[in-house]
Design a protein around this ligand. Structure first.
Ligand SMILES: Cc1cc2nc3c(=O)[nH]c(=O)nc-3n(C[C@H](O)[C@H](O)[C@H](O)COP(=O)(O)OP(=O)(O)OC[C@H]3O[C@@H](n4cnc5c(N)ncnc54)[C@H](O)[C@@H]3O)c2cc1C
Length: 385
């Protein structure tokens, strides 16, 4: 891997985090629960310890009990989790951005009640936007929130909701009026008081975490559980995407970095035609291409994180990071399988699982095609979306 500039503090934090991940997380996700759902009771000690390293807590300001780390440091810490487990990284990502949304949008009463548990890793959140007929086009959301005065009645169905099965809290985007762009509003649902129904979805990979359908069968939620202003849901979602896309891209960087790490190790050990396969020029070329892709993806992510930290608009740069890193992870993991030969398609090695995980990442938080359209719009000023 190419050189990364880090402060002494960042280097120390990453070193202790990666030792913890190797000792506590890798056995859980790669041995005990490889490809199967990790129960919440196994997860809680991990998320609580991660909070001490700055995961989730890092994106929340000190005023609200977080560590208030800068976005580049948060990005570096998060990438390290993804290097060990993309399942766990996705869970941390959603909890982080759920906590971030609460800090930005919730009333003091909701903040006091829900933010501490998210910051210390003892409670989990889901963010529900997508629906069976609504993916790339968020403005078509159909789930309804009907006002009855003091309450809203929520009805509809959400799908692909990360953390669904684990969630204690759901941040749900619903339609409060027929106006496409100005008719969306966020609500906070507490699973113990507003029992939304959850059904896990089985996928090609990332089954050690939860991606779920969420059903809203006429759920009564107090009006004071609204997050942000009525009708501001789309604006707040788009602002969130600029940040969260960089973290999905970092999931891809983590996967690709791990695949490269495994491939380098394998190429140094495996002997064919009397020499280590690293000594075959075509293997060396593949490794060089993989390493360059990984570094380019990583640097795009770090640039977007630094722009966010500097309060600059990073819509195009976040889209570039998401697009490039997720497509790079697909290519790099495929090459890692190829370098492993037959061993690469067995469950005795990591790379087959990394390749399956990489396939998923160009889809959530805006597909690769949507990122291309965002980049194109930023370049030309013409909206092809
Ligand atoms: C693992 C996983 C986790 C997820 N987590 C969450 C979550 O926590 N919360 C949540 O709300 N959602 C979540 N999602 C949903 C995700 O955001 C959507 O799947 C994504 O936005 C794409 O929507 P879709 O699947 O409906 O595909 P569609 O929008 O139907 O797209 C199908 C194809 O058409 C293309 N396409 C669509 N529109 C256009 C266009 N205008 N121009 C060109 N091509 C286009 C797409 O690129 C894609 O190739 C998750 C998805 C996955 C797979």
């Amino acid at each position: 891997m190419g050189h990364v500039f880090r402060t002494e503090q960042q280097a120390l934090a990453l070193d202790s985090l990666s030792r913890f991940l190797k000792a506590e997380v890798e056995p859980l996700y790669w041995h005990d629960y490889r490809d199967t759902f990790v129960p919440k009771e196994k997860l809680l000690p991990v998320t609580q310890q991660l909070a001490e390293f700055g995961l989730v807590s890092g994106v929340v300001s000190e005023e609200y009990g977080g560590l208030g780390a800068d976005w580049l440091t948060n990005a570096m810490l998060f990438e390290e989790v993804a290097f060990t487990s993309c399942d766990l990284a996705l869970l941390v990502l959603i909890n982080s951005f759920g906590a971030y949304m609460l800090e930005k949008l919730a009333s003091e009463a909701l903040l006091e009640r829900y933010l501490p548990g998210l910051v210390n890793g003892s409670r989990f959140v889901s963010i529900a936007i997508s629906e069976p007929d609504v993916g790339s086009n968020v403005v078509e959301i159909k789930a309804r929130a009907r006002s009855t005065g003091e309450n809203y009645v929520l009805s509809g169905e959400k799908t692909w909701i990360s953390n669904g099965a684990y969630s204690d809290v759901l941040i749900c985007t619903c339609r409060t009026s027929d106006e496409p762009r100005g008719g969306l509003t966020h609500f906070l649902l507490d699973r113990s008081e507003h029992p939304y129904e959850v059904q896990n979805i089985k996928k090609v990979a990332l089954n050690s975490q939860s991606t779920a359908q969420v059903f809203l069968p006429e759920i009564v939620v107090p009006a004071h559980n609204m997050l942000g202003e009525k009708g501001e849901g789309l604006r707040n979602t788009l602002a969130l995407f600029e940040r969260s896309r960089v973290f999905v891209a970092l999931c891809a960087v983590g996967i690709a970095r791990r695949a490269l790490h495994e491939a380098v190790h394998y190429a140094q050990e495996r002997v064919q035609r009397g020499k280590k396969i690293a000594g075959h020029q075509l293997i060396s070329a593949m490794l060089a291409e993989m390493a360059t892709q990984v570094d380019a993806a990583r640097l795009l992510c770090y640039r977007a994180a630094q722009m966010i930290e500097a309060d600059l608009s990073a819509e195009m740069e976040a889209a570039m990071a998401k697009y490039f890193a997720c497509e790079a992870a697909v290519k790099v993991t495929r090459q890692a399988v190829q370098i492993h030969g037959g061993n690469g398609v067995t469950t005795d090695f990591m790379v087959e699982k990394l390749a399956r995980e990489a396939l998923i990442l160009p889809i959530p938080e805006g597909t690769s095609q949507i990122q291309q359209l965002i980049i194109g719009r930023a370049l030309t000023g013409v909206n092809a979306l």
